[in-house]
Design a protein around this ligand. Structure first.
Ligand code: DQA
Length: 151
């Protein structure tokens, strides 16, 4: 069972820390990556951390993950609410998928209330700030450990 975990970030998350800090906080994506690397190391997970503003890049990383990963953590950002293509890509994966949103999308505009991606997710973490990524990694590690114990 692979312990590689892809952490994928969608559009505008490269501006984390500068972008609407009242909603998304002051941490940068580099801070989030560093925190994820610390937690991943403690959970014996190997991290592949990526961000893109382009839908096709996220899809290509999901295709990589379906061959290599034991789990996927994904914050598809605005593609959450628009992308059947990302849903289709995730539905080709057998590993656990955790969808993360920094903000509580359910407290925001109605167009943020629907996620295409949730239909492929094992779980969804919403409104926990950037801590959501770390909780998602803990969950993936648990699911990998449980799957290993069952073999
Ligand atoms: C987001 C919520 C989305 O609605 C938004 O488009 C984002 C970030 C979040 O992490 O809270 O870009 O996914």
């Amino acid at each position: 069972m692979s312990r590689i975990v892809y952490v994928l970030n969608g559009p505008n998350l490269n501006l984390l820390g500068k972008r609407q800090p009242a909603i998304y906080g002051n941490e940068t994506l580099a801070d989030v990556e560093a925190a994820c690397r610390r937690v991943a190391a403690s959970l014996r997970l190997e991290l592949r951390f990526h961000q893109s503003n382009a839908e096709f890049r996220i899809i290509d990383w999901i295709h990589e993950a379906r061959e290599q990963a034991g789990g996927i953590v994904i914050n598809p950002a605005a593609f959450t609410h628009t992308s059947v293509a990302i849903l289709d890509a995730l539905q080709t994966c057998e590993c656990p998928i955790i969808e993360v949103h920094i903000s509580n999308v359910h407290r925001r505009e109605p167009f943020r209330h629907h996620s295409y991606v949730s239909a492929a997710a094992s779980g969804v973490i919403v409104g926990f700030g950037t801590q959501g990524y770390l909780l998602a990694l803990q969950r993936i590690a648990r699911l990998i450990d449980e799957a290993v114990a069952q073999t």
